[in-house]
Design a protein around this ligand. Structure first.
Ligand SMILES: Cc1cc2nc3c(=O)[nH]c(=O)nc-3n(C[C@H](O)[C@H](O)[C@H](O)COP(=O)(O)O)c2cc1C
Length: 314
């Protein structure tokens, strides 16, 4: 998620689930081609499985970005056809491409030709006054004809005129039923659903309804303790770390980051929601956010913040 997640966030999330695929925020193809590769594409091997999400609409440029990404060893490369922001529309990236399925097909064909890494697509059910019942099956058919078999569908339209990106994640109504019907109509495709999922119980229901996967965005960021810890049970995997164990497990990573000249805040900002909804959650957040700016703040701050949680639970 742009401006929210980064490699540190993924490392933190990986401590809670060994199985869930983690996605990078969208990185545009021009940025990859012209920008600093290590900064944009580098990550820790501990993050696997991890998918790189690219934004773009120029097949040759996307293919070039894929070739540059290959040495970084991503497990999947995903094309963004869902992002509604102005910046993205102006470059003809993201959700506006729902109106140009033939171009999306050309893009993914070029991306697939550029490497052996699986290429997937994240899309909406439509944009503006499109009729999702018509455009979504047409989109899936045309893009899958270009060889993509794995789709993540954000189950609401993007309204490209008049709504902010934030509103576009909240205002257009969710239509899970349509996404379920797409899975029934195209059983050979891997169809994952996204949008508005806030609990593992909901994930289980959607999987039981036949969907192949569920992508969580905001809940994974704000409440990872509820939706990432315990997620591996969906694959039949038990005994992961609890939230306290996660804090212990991230300490060596933070220590190495600080030793390399990084700042504590760059990692702890992703950890503020770890105890969301639990006694002491507020104290945890407060100690971390207030203490992080103080000179010399280091790993000890995590222990002080954990004390808040332990005290509240006692
Ligand atoms: C701050 C923010 C940044 C986002 N950036 C991206 C992005 O880079 N790529 C993407 O596919 N979706 C992005 N999204 C959308 C989410 O991936 C997701 O589709 C949306 O929030 C709905 O799912 P949710 O209800 O589980 O959050 C972003 C969402 C937020 C809140």
């Amino acid at each position: 998620m742009m401006d929210w997640t980064d490699r540190h966030c993924r490392f933190f999330h990986r401590l809670m689930t060994r199985r869930a695929m983690l996605y990078t925020e969208m990185v545009t193809a021009p940025a990859v081609v012209h920008g600093p590769k290590d900064r944009l594409l580098g990550y820790s091997g501990a993050e696997h499985p991890v998918a790189l999400q690219l934004g773009g609409s120029d097949p040759a440029e996307l293919a070039a970005a894929v070739r540059l990404a290959v040495p970084f060893g991503y497990d999947e490369i995903n094309l963004n056809v869902g992002c509604p922001s102005d910046r993205v529309q102006s470059g003809c990236f993201g959700a506006v491409l729902m109106e140009r399925p033939a171009l999306v097909a050309d893009c993914v064909a070029a991306m697939r030709d550029a490497s052996d890494v699986p290429v997937t697509v994240k899309c909406r059910i439509g944009v503006d006054d499109q009729n999702p019942e018509e455009v979504l099956p047409d989109f899936l058919e045309r893009v899958s004809a270009a060889g993509v078999t794995h789709f993540v569908i954000h189950a609401r339209k993007a309204w490209l005129q008049g709504l902010s990106p934030k509103e576009n994640r909240e205002v257009p109504p969710l239509d899970y039923d349509l996404v379920k019907r797409m899975k029934a109509a195209y059983p050979q495709l891997t169809i994952c659903i996204n949008g508005g999922v806030t609990s593992l119980a909901q994930v289980r229901d959607l999987l039981a309804a036949g969907l192949d996967g569920v992508m969580l965005g905001r809940a994974a960021y704000h409440d990872p303790g509820s939706v990432l810890i315990g997620a591996d049970a969906l694959w039949g995997d038990g005994d992961g770390l609890d939230a306290f164990g996660v804090v212990e497990a991230i300490k060596p990573y933070i220590a190495a980051h600080l030793e390399g000249g990084g700042r504590l805040h760059q990692i702890t900002r992703h950890m503020l929601g770890l105890f969301h909804g639990r006694p002491g959650a507020r104290g945890w957040r407060r100690v971390l956010s207030e203490g992080v700016a103080k000179p010399g703040a280091g790993l000890g701050l995590l222990d002080l913040a954990l004390d808040e949680v332990s005290r509240a639970a006692a």
